[in-house]
Write a protein that binds this ligand. Structure first.
Ligand code: CP
Length: 303
């Protein structure tokens, strides 16, 4: 896996995914404050971010590396018309690794093809968010003890939600996963992902509500309806508050149930859920630091 970009979760085999999760557990148990000494990581964020950018930057800092980059492309020469290619070629000269978020699907793949250093996709439009998936898998494994035999509920914006697209592909490696897709008609899981599961012979079920079946869930993965991906604001208004998970809904759920959300949330998880032991989303965000340390160490070939 040395010196290889991470563009899609499918860039990693099942064994490579499991290796990253083991490495992340190692970083959680035993911090390595000097592992990235002398290394420079560039974080290029063409779209807003709190968790992904700051957890990468925290991960680099905690490993002794240095950060360059921008959190707002309007402060860069992009505003003067510089192309993505020229930006990536230039930043390749200044860094050992590039972490990039960009609104265009396919931008991370393109960047990886022109960069002289590995590129990590920190989200490309509605396409993929592979490092989020690795921290989601780490969180699922840690809370469930296994990545097999799980009933996973994916709830909300399954059309534009890049995190659920990557998670679906990753969970397809593991035995007896049952997927339940809960979304309004307008935001259903795209056909290409359903076809992906069909071709692997994996089961999925589609629902418009989950209150009647919530007792079966091992993982409920809530997602935000993403206003920024809608071209028609009225369409967003129709579906924005369609699912709101509340504490009272957790009464008859499994003991092992954990609620995940890539965050940020808007209204889809009521704040009263935060008091539940089943609410895991803030620890999930913490797990991003260990997981991203593992990804960077692995890509840079550092032990
Ligand atoms: N989960 C996630 O991608 O959050 P940010 O948009 O805050 O980075």
């Amino acid at each position: 896996m040395k010196s290889r970009s991470l563009v899609s979760i499918n860039d990693y085999s099942k064994d490579e995914i499991l290796n990253i999760l083991d490495l992340a557990a190692g970083f959680e148990a035993s911090p390595e404050p000097h592992l990235l000494n002398g290394k420079v990581v560039a974080t290029l964020f063409y779209e807003p971010s709190t968790r992904t950018r700051l957890s990468f930057e925290s991960a680099v800092s905690r490993l002794g590396g240095k950060i360059v980059g921008f959190s707002d492309s309007s402060s860069s020469s992009v505003t003067k018309g510089e192309s993505l290619k020229d930006t990536i070629m230039t930043v390749s000269n200044y860094s050992d690794l590039i972490v990039m978020r960009h609104p265009l699907e396919g931008s991370a793949l393109y960047a990886s093809e022109v960069a002289k250093v590995p590129v990590i996709n920190a989200g490309d439009g509605a396409n993929q968010h592979p490092t989020q998936t690795l921290l989601d898998l780490y969180s699922i494994k840690k809370t469930q003890g296994s990545l097999e035999n799980l009933n996973i509920f994916l709830v909300g914006d399954l059309k534009y939600g890049r995190t659920v697209h990557s998670l679906l592909m990753a969970m397809s490696h593991f035995k007896n996963t049952t997927f339940n897709f809960i979304s309004p008609q307008e935001l259903q899981m795209p056909d290409e992902y359903k076809l992906y599961l069909d071709n692997l012979g994996l089961k999925y079920y589609e629902h418009s509500d989950f209150t009647d079946i919530i007792s079966r869930a091992d993982i409920i993965y809530m997602t935000r309806v993403q206003r920024e991906r809608f071209s028609d604001p009225m369409e967003y208004e129709k579906v924005k508050n369609i699912y709101v998970l509340r504490y009272s809904m957790l009464e008859n759920t499994k003991d092992n149930l954990r609620i995940l959300h890539p965050l940020p949330r808007v209204n889809e998880i009521h704040p009263d859920v935060d008091k539940s032991d089943k609410a895991y989303y803030f620890t999930q965000a913490l797990n991003g630091v260990y997981t991203r340390q593992a990804i960077m160490a692995s890509i840079l070939g550092l032990k």
